[in-house]
Design a protein around this ligand. Structure first.
Ligand SMILES: [Zn+2]
Length: 178
């Protein structure tokens, strides 16, 4: 297993529409293991493949939950996810992103979604997500279409955040040279 480099705002890969996953099995298992390790190291609860420079429709989730007083971890790996149903009810949550350090943005999304996807072997699966899991899966799926949480900001706030974002992408550019 290896920790991968997380791309930061300003990297063009984050803005690309990712390609469908076609290579299942050992290769994808390895990518999933590396991404989960990278996500945990970054204290994230989800990570999409474009964030580590792989422009494929794949994401991982590691969400701590508490059920009847017992803490456990939901770990999911989704290839080619597609939302097939969503609730009319919306929920707003403050979201962060490993590719946008130190930025938190209120994002409104459907409270629950049904997602069709393929597992690491390419078998079709269905995920019924609500609450925090619904937030994470929709956030990570946005990455597969090149969408970032800053895109949800109203125009005025986006303008106000422009200098902060510019600084982020400049810091990133200089750190890759150095
Ligand atoms: Zn993100």
């Amino acid at each position: 297993m290896a920790v991968m480099k997380i791309l930061v705002y300003g990297d063009p890969v984050l803005r690309k529409v990712a390609e469908p996953v076609t290579d299942f099995g050992p290769n994808l298992e390895q990518i999933a293991a590396d991404m989960l390790e990278t996500m945990e190291k970054g204290d994230g609860i989800g990570l999409a493949a474009p964030q580590v420079g792989l422009s494929i429709r794949f994401l991982v989730i590691g969400l701590p939950v508490e059920e009847e007083g017992v803490r456990k971890m939901i770990t999911l790996t989704l290839a080619n996810p597609e939302i097939v149903a969503e609730s009319e009810e919306l929920a707003t949550c403050e979201e962060g992103c490993l590719s946008l350090p130190e930025i938190n943005i209120q994002v409104e999304r459907p409270e629950a979604v049904t997602v069709n996807y393929q597992d690491l072997q390419g078998n079709p699966q269905v995920l019924e997500a609500d609450d925090m899991l619904a937030v994470v899966v929709q956030h990570e799926m946005d990455h597969l279409d090149g969408v970032l949480i800053t895109d949800y900001l109203p125009m005025l706030q986006r303008t106000m955040m422009r200098s902060k974002l510019k600084r982020l992408s400049e810091e990133h550019a200089s750190s890759t040279q150095g």
